[in-house]
Design a protein around this ligand. Structure first.
Ligand code: GCO
Ligand code: CA
Length: 256
């Protein structure tokens, strides 16, 4: 029986920020496709619980790792230890991210630093040691999580928008340097999903109404609807796809 192009059995996936939200949905989805998963978060108990739930639901092996993705030294140390302990991940999903909303002229500088560090610098810090090891092995898949805000802006989230625009261009830059090692680097850009990060939005009837009218699918995305693109970009099915960005957004970014 030939294994499906999309089968991830025997692969090891490392998903940053996967104790909850989009990252957790992606980790679960990659596990459902057969990958063992390293679940990453900031809080040990929450992360361990998330990993146990994925193992229970899918039967794959899961591992837990907790560290601050915005501290370059800590990341180098922790990723080095992870590779020592578990081997070189086959799949890296740079999902860790945060949101902070305020009008541009009222946006605190320290919040700018935090948003850019969490959403963009972390991709550089985490990817460097992982893709160096992938290059030595001669294969790897990297998925960076962008956003509708990689392409479009809206009021009160200029720093987040800048960070997510940067993620898509960093994806292309990484793809350029890493393709010769048979490492494909792509982005998935979610539209609006009813995640914890967006609670203030989907619980606001006015924003909810605006979003549904603005989205051709006329609804919020379901976290599980991000899994297909992630399995595709994590698998042999995308061996000649690199530097691309797939918007998973119900058509939002394709219309005015
Ligand atoms: C916002 C939201 C968005 C979404 C997502 C859209 O305030 O508009 O947080 O940024 O989270 O990034 O793709
Ligand atoms: Ca190879």
């Amino acid at each position: 029986m030939t294994t499906s192009l999309f089968d991830l059995t025997g692969r090891l996936a490392f998903v940053t920020g996967s104790a909850r939200g989009i990252g957790n949905a992606l980790a679960l989805g990659l596990a459902q496709a057969g990958a063992d998963v390293v679940v990453h978060g900031r809080d040990q108990a929450v992360t361990a619980e998330a990993a146990a739930r994925i193992a229970e639901e899918t039967g794959v092996k899961t591992h837990t790792v907790c560290f601050d993705v915005t501290d370059a030294g800590v990341v180098r140390e922790q990723v080095g230890a992870l590779i020592e302990r578990l081997g070189v991940p086959d799949i890296l999903v740079n999902n860790a991210g945060m949101q902070h909303r305020a009008p541009f002229n009222e946006f605190p500088a320290e919040k700018w630093d935090q948003v850019l560090a969490t959403n963009l610098s972390s991709v550089f810090y985490v990817s460097q040691p992982v893709t160096t090891a992938m290059a030595e092995r001669g294969s790897g898949k990297v998925i960076n999580i962008g956003s509708a805000m990689s392409a479009l802006a809206r009021q009160t989230i200029a720093p987040y928008t800048a960070s997510k625009g940067g993620v898509v261009m960093l994806t292309k830059g990484m793809a350029a340097d890493l393709a010769r090692f048979d490492i494909q680097v792509n982005a998935i850009s979610p539209g609006y999903f009813a995640s914890e990060m967006n609670r203030d939005l989907w619980s606001d009837p006015e924003f909810d109404g605006w979003l549904k009218n603005r989205t051709p699918a006329n609804r919020w995305g379901k976290l599980s609807e991000l899994v297909g693109a992630a399995v595709f970009l994590s698998s042999a099915a995308s061996s000649f796809v690199s530097g691309q960005n797939i918007h998973v957004d119900g058509g939002l970014t394709s219309v005015v």
